[in-house]
Design a protein around this ligand. Structure first.
Ligand code: GLC
Length: 647
């Protein structure tokens, strides 16, 4: 059904000649540093003064000293990378950007193993590699590495900091950027700062939020939600050594750090600069929403969060402009744009943010076979700054929280809670007609909320037991879902295993410390036997891999998908067909997605109205399939990627 015609090759531009007879003298220069400092100083000092008052200027000055040291120590290679990216500030927005995210050990054993797998990533078309937390965590349960015990060393079983630097170089040579997590809301209870606090050092007690009794914790709890109500209820943990309640938003071994203390800002600035000098290109700001606490609120996304992020971003622009920030803010759509910066902060905060709403709506469309809610929700998101980039994704290491707004649901005649409940049941395979094989995550008995774990393939009901006809449909649905992720604009990030339609790990609970957290079901070890079949069109993995690489290849030829441009959603005619439109100066791009398992029409007057009547599909190289009724007909889960300039 989806035979791929070859896409026209891009015109290859010969490499520029290298200057000859010129020897570099080292790429750092006092002038360059001074020029960048002058340019970005206001962005550093203003937000720090806004947050820390009189102490802001002293802090900003301290950060400049750190930046200057880091700048001097930065390698020539990385200085060259800084310069390249200053000349190419939209590098993250190019349609050639394709991400892949994986746990180092589950993907390739260790860091050297990852280096050996670079050809596999290149085969897929990856240019951006997010390796899940790999800095030294606490022993035992560490929330997949999100409980960091030492930010300056690598998890010993994965390698050393020298291995990390070597991998960064190898990735850079292969045209890939390295993305690492920066966990900045909390540290492991075993981190040196926490140990010193427990030993009674007052300077380090100020790094955390501790309370001798329940008065203040109870007052906060009145408005605080629970992140892990199931295995880590509440937001505070009693510590015997301190004889105090410690703020622990996530697990009890993850101590929230006190960002109202300027010393904490300087610590993290130094950590950022250190990672930058090891060759990290993008820092994923983990749980960034939570770093500022304010009584009477949900303590997420307070204005100080964005001001502090802006200051840290300015710091990298001065010391290491090759480095960008990605906000991990899984928050209500109305709050999300602030992570890119709004008003005076526009474009000055994070460069990238997860498009959680798109991800949720893709799964919602697939379960319901209807697009009206997605249209409502996606139209409601305000425009982002043109310099900012969405990170689009179908699955990641986390569960899916069913972030459907009650108002959006009501606007299309649905009941928010019931639709969320339907989605959780559907993907757990507990709804009539569903073949999904996901798992319920964090059932909150109080609110009735349920979240979902599961790999893309398992959520689509695809594994070795699936009947042949259902396999074809599930693969078509997977292709359609990936097409939406790749055709939206932004960096699409593929979660490891999904490129091979790898199902859930049936033995997820058998690993020590994983038994209570079923997110491990969709964090399988990459099945390298399966990967060897990726070019075999008769295998499921081969079909999934070919569908994805065809999409990636087509995308790389479409300047229309540059991430500076917003996607708008066209009016709905058929409830099972989503139509997206991107107006780029080079021309119009229209994406058409049948989210159902039936043939569906795209109405003729719309096709004409959008100027696409003569269009050829980039994915199949075929003209539109006009029916005798004057409409274009889409096969089950069919996709069209059309431009108005390709005849
Ligand atoms: C982020 C991570 C999640 C982790 C949490 C605490 O949300 O994605 O996996 O549990 O932060 O660090």
């Amino acid at each position: 059904m989806f035979a791929m015609a070859p896409i026209r090759p891009a015109v290859r531009i010969p490499a520029a000649p290298r200057p000859i007879g010129w020897t570099g003298q080292g790429k750092a220069s006092a002038e360059m540093f001074a020029a960048r400092l002058e340019r970005w100083w206001p962005d550093l000092v203003e937000p720090l003064t806004a947050v820390y008052g009189d102490r802001g200027l002293t802090l900003a000055t301290e950060l400049v000293t750190l930046a200057e040291d880091a700048y001097r120590q930065r390698s020539d290679r990385l200085h060259a990378r800084d310069l390249q990216r200053m000349l190419h500030p939209d590098w993250l927005q190019e349609p050639t950007m394709v991400g892949y995210a994986a746990y180092t050990e589950r993907f390739a054993g260790d860091l050297r193993g990852v280096a050996e797998r670079i050809p596999y990533l290149a085969d897929l078309g990856v240019t951006y590699l997010h390796l899940m937390p790999l800095l030294k965590p606490r022993e035992g349960d560490n929330d997949g590495g999100y409980a960091v015990a030492d930010y300056r060393s690598v998890r010993p079983d994965l390698g050393t900091t020298a291995d990390l630097e070597a991998l960064a170089e190898q990735l850079h040579d292969a045209g890939m950027s390295l993305v690492l997590d920066l966990v900045l809301n909390h540290v492991a209870r075993e981190h040196d700062w926490a140990q010193r606090a427990r030993a009674g050092e007052s300077a380090y007690l100020d790094y955390f939020y501790t309370y001798p009794d329940r008065d203040i914790p109870d007052a906060y709890e009145r408005t605080l939600p629970e992140v892990f109500p199931d295995f880590a209820p509440g937001n505070f943990t009693w510590d015997e050594d301190l004889q105090a309640w410690v703020w622990t938003t996530f697990n009890e071994f993850q101590w929230d750090v006190n960002w109202s203390n300027p010393a904490v800002v300087a610590e993290y600035a130094s950590i950022i600069l250190n990672l930058a000098n090891r060759g990290v290109d993008v820092l994923r700001l983990d749980a960034i929403a939570f770093i500022w606490k304010r009584m009477g609120t949900d303590c997420q996304g307070e204005p100080e969060v964005h001001l502090i992020t802006q200051a840290l971003r300015a710091l990298t622009r001065i010391a290491c402009p090759a480095v960008a920030f990605k906000a991990e803010a899984i928050v209500a759509p109305s709050k999300l744009l602030a992570y890119f910066g709004r008003g005076a902060l526009a474009g000055k905060v994070s460069d990238l943010a997860y498009h959680n709403s798109l991800m949720v709506q893709i799964w919602s469309m697939l379960a319901s076979g209807k697009v009206s809610l997605a249209v409502q929700a996606l139209r409601g998101l305000p425009a982002k700054p043109s310099t900012a980039t969405w990170l689009t994704y179908l699955r990641c290491h986390d569960d899916i929280g069913w972030a459907i707004m009650d108002d959006d649901a009501a606007a299309v005649g649905l009941h928010g809670w019931s639709h969320r409940r339907f989605l959780a049941n559907w993907y757990a395979g507990a709804h009539p007609g569903s073949r999904a094989r996901g798992l319920v995550f964090q059932h909150n008995a109080e609110t009735g909320d349920m979240r979902t774990s599961g790999s893309a393939a398992s959520l689509l009901g695809l594994d070795e037991h699936t009947a042949a006809d259902d396999v074809a449909l599930a693969l078509a649905a997977l292709r359609m879902a990936h097409a939406l992720v790749l055709g939206w604009g932004g960096i699409p990030v593929i979660w490891s295993g999904d490129e091979l339609a790898q199902p859930n790990d049936p033995n997820w609970a058998s690993e020590p410390a994983h038994e209570e957290d079923n997110r491990w079901a969709h964090r399988p070890r990459l099945d390298w036997d399966r990967a060897t079949t990726r070019h075999d069109p008769a295998s499921v993995a081969g079909r999934a891999f070919a569908d994805l690489t065809d999409l990636i290849r087509a995308r790389s030829h479409l300047p229309h998908l540059h991430a500076s441009i917003e996607t708008r959603v066209d009016d709905v005619d058929d409830p099972g067909v989503l139509v997206t439109v991107r107006d780029h100066p080079v021309g119009r791009f229209v994406g058409v997605y049948n989210v159902t398992a039936q043939w569906r029409p795209w109405l003729g007057h719309r096709v004409h109205g959008l100027g696409m009547a003569e269009a050829v599909d980039w994915l199949t190289d075929s003209p539109l399939a006009w029916g005798g009724d004057g409409h274009v007909w889409l096969p089950p889960y069919g996709v069209l990627w059309l431009t108005d300039d390709r005849h």
